[in-house]
Design a binder for this molecule. Structure first.
Ligand SMILES: [Zn+2]
Ligand SMILES: [Zn+2]
Length: 140
């Protein structure tokens, strides 16, 4: 966990302050994340009590255990919040996240051919991820 991040959506109506968060980003290629984001969803993990925000946040329950949030004015994606686990914030909201490395890629074997990610980060297949997280229904 590291320094405070200040972020905002495209139109500026939603502002977010994150007191505590991971030091590296992750990415998910599951069906829901691909549909929601256009290809893959980038995430910056943060505990539930570390976020303060203001503005017109809208949410959608994309599964039994997670909500996805966006700005009601401009549509910028903000986070995925998983009950009991905390937030996966969109790293692009925060100028301070720009230098972060990629730590982990999940559903790596489901990535679009146009979105290969280079590097020595951890790659988790759909089968391995769902075996470790039996409540997940990422691919339908
Ligand atoms: Zn906005
Ligand atoms: Zn996903």
């Amino acid at each position: 966990m590291t320094e405070t991040l200040e972020g905002h959506c495209l139109c500026g109506a939603v502002t977010i302050t994150v007191q505590s968060h991971a030091n590296a980003a992750s990415v998910c290629h599951c069906d829901m994340c691909r549909r929601w984001s256009g290809a893959a969803t980038w995430c910056l993990e943060a505990p539930e009590d570390s976020i303060a925000y203001a503005g017109p946040v809208k949410t959608y329950s994309s599964s039994k255990f997670a909500d996805r949030a966006w700005c009601g004015s401009c549509g910028t994606h903000l986070w995925i919040k998983t009950a009991g686990e905390g937030y996966d914030l969109m790293p692009g909201l925060f100028d301070g996240a720009r230098d972060m490395a990629l730590d982990r890629e999940i559903y790596a074997d489901r990535a679009f051919a146009c979105a290969p990610l280079a590097g020595n980060h951890t790659r988790v297949t759909r089968a391995a991820y769902e075996a470790a997280n039996p409540h997940v229904e990422g691919n339908r």
